[in-house]
Each structure stands twice: as C-alpha cells, then as structure tokens.
Design a binder for this molecule. Sequence first.
Ligand code: IMP
Ligand code: MG
Length: 182
Amino acid sequence: MNAMHPDVETVLFSEEDIAAMVKRMGEEISRDYAGRDLVLIAVLRGAVVFMGDLMRAIDCPVAIDFMAVSSYGDGAKSSGIVRIIKDLDIDIKGRDVLIVEDILDSGLTLKYLMKNLASRKPASLEVATFLWKDVEGKQAAVNPKYVGTHCPDAFVVGYGLDYAERYRNLPYVGVLKPEVYS
Ligand code: IMP
Ligand code: MG
C-alpha cells in the first residue's frame, strides 16, 4: 500500500487494482489483434503511464507512436478546443490502430482525433481507455472497445492524470481534496 499524498482525499484504484485491469486489457488486445499489424497511439501526456504498462501486457508485435493535443488547458473543465500540437511520426495507412487514452469523459477530444486519424485510412481504428466516466445520463461522443474501469464523475489524478500538471506520478488513482482547487 502506498502512503497517500496529502492532497488526495480518497484512493479510487490502488496500484494492485490497476495492475489487474491492465493485465486483463492486455490479454483481450493480444487475443483480438493476434496476426494483425497493431499500432498503439497514445495521447500525450496523460496516457504515457498507461501506455507503458499496457504495451508490456500485450504479447503480439506492436508499434507505438504519440500525439499531443490540447483540450483542457491547466484547469479541470474542458475548453472544447482541440488542437494538434504533435502529430504522428509513422504512417498508419492500412494498419490496425488502437488509440490509448487515460480517461474518457465527454469524448470530444477523442472524437476529433478519431475523425482525423480515420482520414489517413487505417485498416481499423479503436479506442482503449483506462478510465471511463460513463456516468448515467451522460453520453460519450466515442465508444471505447477496451475499458480498464468505470470512474465516478469526480476529478481524479494519478497514474498519468494531472491537475495543473501535478500528481501524474502517483502510482494510484485518487480524488483530490476540494481545497486543492481553490
Ligand atoms: P474529454 O474530451 O471530455 O473526454 O476529456 C478527455 C481529457 O480530459 C482526458 O484525456 C484528460 O486529459 C482530461 N480529463 C478529463 N477528466 C479528467 C480528470 O478527472 N482528471 C484529469 N484529467 C481529466
Ligand atoms: Mg490530459
């Protein structure tokens, strides 16, 4: 058990919980993509921790690449603006692309990204998200094929997820104390 960071109110998913989820996702992906030409694309920066673990849980050959988009700025609310800051280095035409995301909330960021990637004519295009805030009454713009776990509609940090660029290095996922925002 990790010592809890003083700014964290509750731990939602422990290091052990996360390891089990990633292992299960890796097995599903390995089975589904056996014999295919899999390219994992992670969205910087939040997805790097999950990407690092997920790729090692997959036992078929994979290529990896990264994109950076801006959507949230430093705050906790979506700006609704998506801009490509870093594009792919590799060609995805005819390949099986799996987008690796840290958290799916409104899905607006991913929807934009998927439209953009689809125009490059991959053989397939799917999403693996570590967390899904699929709260009742809230419809995500994108349907992920692989999900680590469902997440309550709170602002969470750790395992790559930040608040104002902090807490990404926490090995667990937790909810921040409200006073941290003010
Ligand atoms: P969406 O476009 O609303 O799905 O937002 C997706 C992006 O917002 C994620 O890739 C995260 O960078 C960020 N985000 C959404 N919810 C949280 C959260 O609870 N903690 C940290 N980042 C979040
Ligand atoms: Mg982010």
